[in-house]
Ligand binder design. Structure first.
Ligand SMILES: [Zn+2]
Length: 440
């Protein structure tokens, strides 16, 4: 009697311990932390070539399964399924819904992930997240609104066009250059572009390029003609006197360069390149509407150096460098008044490396004018200026040998031939008339 009673007691204790043990084990493995799901981007438009990137993590028990579905009007379609082995705590992947044959329109991307927890009768913790997207595989269409585009190498032109849908980027590309277009009204764009002085008219073709919200790209050719130009060649002698007087102004920028000639080459090459890059950045700070009217005014004085002249630099009779002069040099009296070539807004008024004291006026649509080597600046950043208004005085600051104005016209930061903009007929026939007609 006693022994069987004892046996029962042991059995009860054993069962209890087992239950506690199993329970403990179960509760240990049945953690309740759900897998974390992330998608990038997590909303918006999806195009033919827009990848959606996933990341799944489950730090405790690890990932078990994932299903990615596209849900549209109660029907769902599996885009991806994955059954993981042991020990996968993090997983990254991406899909291109455009490649899965998904039709255009709204859809919900549903991601269902389970972990290896013993929770829910060993099925694991289930996480579900939904993301809203719009599938758009339609390439945007470009409808031209200007039909004749005659350019000179190093000169400018204007193209107007409409797009079939709202776009996130629009402009003209030629080689590596991109000129942004500016929206004048609903889906209606104006783009001032230039045929770069250093590209080959026979080889590099301008194309209108638009990119819609889903990243679909359309490149569209248009009717154009480029006249090849021969630019002048000049030789510049660098005397010791110039190195002695000028280079001290640039010493701070290159403190380790002690040789004056070496310093000149640093300035003429590296600083020139950096300043050009800055002009491209400033070119984006522009009004989407034209601020100018009529032709641009030419500073009075003699032309000392022309646009895009190829300069060979000599020191003691030896060639030391070659650069292209990207403006027109005009000289008259020292400290002559400098006027704004057309109306606009001052976007830069400061020291600008080789250009010395400089002012840049924005005229809208990426069109800007640069006034360099000034001895005095009278306009500050943000000032609105009228055509003919005095903005400073000529000088010889920066990399200038004597008092003169270096005048440049820029299209989205690229210098173009100012002669065109001084010509009333050229401005009227190539730019102004087109803008007026498209405004109607
Ligand atoms: Zn110059």
């Amino acid at each position: 009697m006693n022994s069987s009673h004892k046996g029962k007691k042991f059995l009860i204790i054993f069962v209890l311990l087992l239950a506690v043990g199993l329970g403990g084990t179960y509760f240990y493995f049945a953690e309740t932390e759900m897998p974390a799901i992330q998608v990038s981007p997590d909303k918006g438009y999806v195009g033919q070539k827009s990848p959606l990137a996933f990341s799944l993590t489950d730090k405790k028990s690890g990932l078990s399964k994932v299903r990615v579905e596209a849900v549209r009007q109660e029907t769902s379609r599996t885009l991806l399924f994955r059954d993981f082995g042991q020990g996968v705590y993090e997983w990254r992947s991406q899909i291109q819904p455009g490649e899965k044959g998904l039709e255009d329109g709204e859809f919900v991307l549903r991601i269902i992930a389970r972990d290896r927890s013993w929770k829910n009768l060993f099925k694991g913790n289930k996480a579900v997240r939904e993301f809203r997207f719009v599938m758009d595989t339609q390439v945007p269409q470009v409808n031209l609104e200007t039909f004749r585009h005659n350019l000179n190498q190093g000169g400018a032109a204007l193209v107007g066009f409409r797009t079939s849908e709202p776009v996130q980027k629009a402009g003209v590309t030629i080689g590596d250059y991109f000129y942004p277009a500016y929206r004048e009204s609903d889906k209606h764009y104006l783009c001032l572009f230039a045929f770069p002085y250093n590209l080959d008219p026979g080889q590099d073709e301008p194309l209108v390029q638009v990119v819609d919200r889903a990243g679909n790209v359309k490149k569209s050719g248009f009717n154009y003609h480029v006249n090849t130009r021969a630019f002048e060649q000049t030789v510049i002698n660098i005397p010791d006197r110039f190195l002695q007087t000028k280079m001290s102004h640039f010493q701070d920028l290159y403190p380790n360069v002690t040789d004056k000639l070496e310093l000149f080459l640093k300035v003429n090459q590296d600083l020139r390149r950096a300043n050009r890059k800055r002009l491209t950045e400033i070119g984006l700070e522009t009004s989407p509407k034209p601020l100018w009217s009529g032709r641009f005014l030419r500073q009075k004085g003699a032309r000392k150096s022309g646009f895009a002249s190829r300069r060979t630099y000599l020191y003691q009779g030896q060639e030391i460098d070659r650069q292209t002069h990207l403006g027109v040099d005009i000289a008259s009296l020292a400290r002559a008044s400098v006027m704004a070539a057309n109306s606009g807004r001052v976007v830069f008024s400061d020291w600008l490396g080789i250009y010395g004291q400089a002012v840049i006026i924005d005229h809208g649509l990426g069109l800007q004018t640069l006034y360099a080597h000034l001895s005095e600046r009278r306009s500050g950043k943000g000032d609105l200026v009228e055509k003919g208004e005095i903005i400073g005085r000529t000088g010889a600051t920066g990399l200038a040998g004597g008092d003169h104005l270096h005048f440049a016209v820029l299209v989205s930061g690229l210098p173009v031939n100012p002669v065109e903009w001084w010509d009333q007929n050229w401005v009227e026939n190539n730019i102004a008339r087109k803008i007026r007609r498209l405004k109607k």
